[in-house]
Design a protein around this ligand. Sequence first.
Ligand code: CU
Length: 269
Amino acid sequence: MPGSGCENLFVLRGVAPAGNVSTSGVMGTQNMEIAMTRLRAGLLVVVVAALATGMATARVAWGGSVKGAVILKGAAPEPRKLPVTIDQYVCGKEKSAEDLVLSPEGGIRNAVVWLENPPPTPAAAAPPPVTAMDQKDCVFTPRVVVVAAGGRIDFLNSDRPLHNLHSTPSANPPFNRAQPKGRTIPIAFPHPEIVRVSCDLHSWMRGWVVVAPHPFYAVTDAAGRFALPGLPPGRYTVRAWQERLGTISREIVVGDQDPTPVTLEMTAR
Ligand SMILES: [Cu+2]
């Protein structure tokens, strides 16, 4: 196999034991030059291979991720039921208060996890600039959405009864809009903030818009799990927010191990 790494290793073995690299002795000048040329080529192959390996390692490190779960510490509070006094033909007779939804193992759904100090040149996919939140069966669906700062939410109403959208954020403009069935109401969110959205007609209805200033945001799934991919190694502050339990923080180190496992415990109250 001319030019391959194996051949050059053979040449290296051939030259070294001869102990006569200086002149014509055993090998002769011409053979020596051929051997040295092959030796140089071999070294080049080794160097290129080392560089390629190094680059691959760097890519893996840059593609590091934090994976874990947000879980409840201690006993789970009793699930609350909220009475329905209007539009029962669509909304039903009562609604579960979905302000704390737990898996059987205590995983917390709809918590939002983010990095307080994101890397300067993020490789992660950004949160969507446009996403949607429906009002269906008299519930905001999904209850919690993340949108990039400067993006917008298209609010929908799939129900027959009239709903409305009412919010008084701190950093973003307030809104209070009636929403009949089928109407789409686009609302922009220029500034990072956690925004609560209500419907004045149905007191139990609650939605949350988390306006993200950078890509490293995630909403936990039904098991409380989340992932933040695309991270270079480093020290990070991870923060988790849940509408009823508040906010917690933890310091983590993303290093050679991938993914970096994190369990965030929140206390019931
Ligand atoms: Cu409503």
